[in-house]
Design a protein around this ligand. Sequence first.
Ligand SMILES: [Zn+2]
Length: 65
Amino acid sequence: MMTERTVCRLCKYPAEPDDVALGLAAGRYICLRCYTRELGLTRSVPRRLRLEIEDALAAGDRSRM
Ligand SMILES: [Zn+2]
């Protein structure tokens, strides 16, 4: 296997690289839709919200194990 399929950690849908809004690592990202939804369509990313998103990613990791 070369690369893990890129799947949004929030909605679990595979997406194109162009759709990646928040890339954390290979195969780990949040798609643009979830990203804007989580941000409430704001432009800047509050640090607190970013931490929450990272929390969501960590939760996804845990549920996979
Ligand atoms: Zn998503």
